[in-house]
Design a protein around this ligand. Structure first.
Ligand SMILES: C[S@@+](CC[C@H](N)C(=O)[O-])C[C@H]1O[C@@H](n2cnc3c(N)ncnc32)[C@H](O)[C@@H]1O
Length: 296
């Protein structure tokens, strides 16, 4: 399978934000993720790329950046984000595929990818694409779903689960939903020329019984303490890493966008963009740029 036919887990038309977050009893998860982000993001920055932004649940947590580009494959998720955050100059809404980023090299000094890598059949390729659009020294905060979590280990050891949480290969627990081994992700990050500076383990108490019987404030405080252990051992279902873009600088050319089909820089803003190299036309409608390639 090459970059051009990698499948996308499409959230088009999904009520993910409402059903999973707003009414899904996930205050605990949302709060501990906010704490991890605060601990890992830099104090200030210029231009942040939020990959797999969804309906913008986290976007207001990036106030230290002057501008934020929200990228998601689903246009309807971006419409929800735009309705929530507004159409200010601060936000750029971009429908595109992580595997085919429509930005010129090296323009972002910050990036996040939260609850999105777990939809990537080819996480290595995804991370290489992210590094390409980041400037040298930029900070990338990555969250991934950890297969080597305590619950999976116990289930495996009790014979209730057939896949091993200790093996380095990903496990696809539902269609296009993957849990990864921390060592595998570290290896992918190194290959993509990211240096991991900090690692936090998050959501240690993501267990319905505990959430029902222990006040959320207590769980949050305990999780906040345990997050620091992520440097040494990772047995929580979610891992956050602060990574610095290393290696060589990807020279920033002129402009913002490039054609995701052929790589040619695109001129113009707030209008349909024509590629004068391959002839592709990328539509701009109601504040959202659409760079989705035909056929995914
Ligand atoms: C689980 S949601 C997470 C949304 C948000 N980051 C959050 O934490 O609330 C995953 C998002 O990733 C997007 N996504 C999945 N595969 C993608 C791809 N290949 N390119 C761009 N976005 C993708 C989906 O459309 C969805 O909105």
């Amino acid at each position: 399978m090459n970059k051009h036919n990698l499948p996308v887990c499409d959230y088009e038309g999904s009520d993910y934000q409402q059903s999973f977050w707003d009414s899904g009893e996930r205050v605990y998860e949302d709060t501990v993720e906010a704490i991890a982000l605060r601990r890992l993001l830099p104090p200030r920055g210029e231009f942040m790329l939020e990959l797999g932004a969804g309906a913008g649940r986290n976007t207001s947590r990036y106030e230290m950046f002057n501008r934020v580009a929200l990228l998601d494959y689903s246009r309807s998720q971006l419409e929800q984000a735009r309705d929530r955050l507004g159409a200010s100059e601060r936000y750029l809404y971009v429908a595109a595929d992580v595997y085919h980023l429509p930005f010129v090299d090296g323009i972002f000094d910050g990036a996040t990818m939260i609850r999105t890598l777990h939809h990537m059949m080819d996480p290595q390729l995804a991370l290489l694409q992210v590094r390409q659009v980041m400037s040298l020294g930029g900070i990338f905060v990555l969250e991934f779903a950890n297969k080597q979590n305590l619950k999976a280990m116990l289930r495996y050891l009790l014979g209730k689960q057939d896949w091993s949480p200790f093996s380095k290969d990903p496990v696809e627990f539902a269609n296009l939903n993957y849990d990864f081994h921390p060592k595998t992700i570290r290896c992918h990050l190194r290959t993509a020329r990211f240096e991991v500076e900090k690692q936090l383990t998050v959501s240690h108490f993501r267990v319905n019984f505990l959430k029902r019987h222990i006040p959320v404030g207590v769980l949050v405080r305990m999780d906040a303490l345990l997050q620091w252990t992520g440097r040494l051992i990772q047995i929580s279902p979610s891992v956050f890493s602060r990574c610095r873009a290393a290696g060589k600088a990807h020279g920033s050319g002129e402009g913002l966008f490039k054609c995701p089909a052929c790589g040619n820089p695109l001129q113009g803003l707030k209008k349909d963009l024509n590629c004068d190299s391959c002839g592709a036309v990328w539509v701009y409608r109601e504040g959202i740029y659409d760079f989705r390639m035909p056929g995914g």
